[in-house]
Design a protein around this ligand. Structure first.
Ligand code: SAH
Length: 235
């Protein structure tokens, strides 16, 4: 009996030591990711860098992918979708010039990772996902993490979220073939939209709503999954 108790105790102690050191490795890898993949490539906004240092990307992917969570690439999240490369998440977040009182709309919740990075910086984040299994699991994950300033909706991102419009910032994380007009109309004057536009290869654009219309600047060539039409077709 004593032996069994001792073995159980030893296992419990060893497991907690392993778990602690695994967390430490993830933390170290995350700090390295920010330094090598993000700061070195020119991202300078301190709030973006702090959020990327803080948010645990390994908690947004399946267990078998956790050890790859801090690599310089997108990762699969199921249903043919991907969580973007960390640099692209940081780049889009910086490009949107987010203020701490901003209200943000994200299209393409996916794993919820980009939404959490945004929620660390802004006041409120509204995020829309068209695929039910992804919307459900992201909602559970974000609630479990205790984020009270993120709302997830299952629906078609092309329609935006009129109820909470207008937004200071809209971040689109799947690619439409042209600027979705309904989304642009849900931007405040002075509001910014960061969106990849195109078919297989795309260009990332910063669209700014002005008093008289929209200013459109090309930022960077990118590859995103295509935005899905509710009829089931890709762009
Ligand atoms: N931002 C996500 C990654 C996005 S991948 C993250 O941080 O993990 C692109 C996501 O957009 C996918 O989950 C895909 O299902 C979703 N999507 C594609 N078309 C959409 C549409 N019309 N409306 C809302 N979401 C859409």
């Amino acid at each position: 009996m004593k032996k069994v108790f001792f073995c159980a105790l030893l296992t419990a102690v060893l497991c907690s030591v392993c778990a602690a050191s695994e967390e430490e490795v993830f933390t170290l890898n995350r700090q390295r990711m920010v330094e090598k993949q993000i700061e070195r490539r020119g991202i300078t906004d301190k709030r973006v860098l702090d959020a990327m240092r803080k948010v645990k990307r390994h908690l947004f992917v399946a267990a078998y992918l956790r050890n790859a969570a801090y690599e310089d690439r997108p990762l699969p999240i199921g249903r043919g979708q991907t969580i973007s490369q960390p640099y692209i998440v940081a780049y889009m977040t910086q490009a949107a010039r987010i203020g701490q009182n901003d209200r943000i709309l994200e299209i393409g919740t996916g794993s919820g990772y980009q939404a959490v990075v945004l929620a660390e910086i802004a006041k409120e984040v509204y995020t829309i996902e068209i695929l039910q299994p992804l919307a459900d699991s992201a909602r559970l994950r974000l609630e479990g993490m205790g984020y009270k300033n993120i709302k997830v909706k299952l629906g078609d991102g092309y329609k935006g979220w009129r109820e909470y419009a207008p937004f200071d910032v809209i971040i689109v994380t799947a690619a439409p073939s042209e600027i979705p007009e309904e989304l642009a109309s849900q931007l405040k004057i002075g509001g910014r939209m960061v969106v990849p536009i195109g078919s297989f290869y795309q260009e990332l654009y910063l669209i700014t709503r002005t008093e008289s219309g929209f200013k459109k600047e090309a930022l960077l060539p990118v590859v995103f999954v295509p935005m899905i039409h509710p009829s089931g077709e890709d762009e």
